[in-house]
Design a binder for this molecule. Sequence first.
Ligand code: HEM
Length: 141
Amino acid sequence: MALSEKTIEICKATAPVLTEYGEAITSKMYEILFRDYPETRALFGEAPEDQHKKLAAAIVAYASNMDNLDVLGKSVEGMAQRHVATRVKPEHYPMVGLSLLAAIKEVLGDAATEDIIEAWKEAYFFLGDILIAREKEIYAA
Ligand code: HEM
């Protein structure tokens, strides 16, 4: 399934804002993730905090290349390898996704319209499905 034109347009248009508030969104995302889904804490083990931040930063950075998914190919492989090494599973994706969307809403407030949240939701799960598929192959190998 491809991303809709509308989603690509909205994500690209809002990527600069998300990048500007990236630090705040990222911190908030982890706060929500670890509060609502404490079982995800263990996955991050002893990783330094700035390491965690790569995750949300990658999600936001991805918006800039949304209509050029080939560019993502190489980073997808690295993420998938790291995820398998830390035992990330498909069921964790909605946890991170919902936490990320909640963080965007909280940080951007009224600026985060329904359309914007919907677009980011679609984009997140689109990338999530690509990662899940690659991780499944690596787990099976
Ligand atoms: C679309 C969704 C996601 C994206 C774009 C993403 C992106 C990334 C990136 C860029 C890294 C750093 C890779 C590296 O250090 O080379 C990473 C690591 C990691 N991610 Fe994800 N991630 C996603 C979903 C998830 C989910 C659902 C979980 C589960 C809670 C998760 C947990 C982790 C963990 C545990 C690490 C390793 C941290 C460490 O110990 O260094 N990620 N992710």
